[in-house]
Design a protein around this ligand. Sequence first.
Ligand SMILES: N[C@@H](CCC(=O)N[C@@H](CS)C(=O)NCC(=O)O)C(=O)O
Length: 222
Amino acid sequence: MIDVYSWTTGNARKVYIMLEETGLDYRVHPVDITKDDQFKPDFLAISPNNKIPAIIDRDGPGGTPYALCESGAILMYLADKTGRFLPADPMGRSLVIQWLMFQMGDLGPMFGQAGHFMSRKDQPGMAPALAHFTKGAKRLMRVVDGRLGDNAYLGGDEYTIADMAVFPWCQNWEKRGFRGEDYPNFKRWFDVIQDRPAVVKSDGIAADLGKSARAARQGAGK
Ligand SMILES: N[C@@H](CCC(=O)N[C@@H](CS)C(=O)NCC(=O)O)C(=O)O
């Protein structure tokens, strides 16, 4: 059994997708980052950087519980645990990790900042930061589209953890102002992935967590 301490966001959804794809047994424990649950000592003990997602694999290496945070590390751990979605050969493996790290180190932070400033675009002084991060996000979309022009998936011919990492961050691409005709290879890839049953299920998990949190807030009169 894998205990998942997580929320509704893109980094959370990467892990739900992988757990659904692999069929591992898991249960989700909401960590409501809008209420600062991520700063509670129990959570910090497994995620010292106060970020979701984190997991505890009750049947970790050697049969003992194993705690892990950082979504990229979790995806690699679950891939190694199940022998799925990360090739074993050194070249195939490192190529998938290359695109996973591209998401972790570049696409995720850039899209995150672009989204942050987009949602504050009507506040004074936001224009330069919004222009900077939007330009960066567009560049990264071109990188993804170029890669997917030559390959069915980011890591090559097969769907892997690199796709699971990038996909949730692109889910609202139209709202971010990207147009399908500008990124046709990306759009083909996105349409294939969004129909995968595991991806549909993971969307439901995130949506249900959000709904419960909203209901709890309304119940508390907030
Ligand atoms: N590098 C981390 C980033 C995770 C992350 O940014 N999590 C956000 C939600 S998507 C979070 O927990 N924010 C709460 C906070 O910063 O206090 C990962 O990929 O797991």
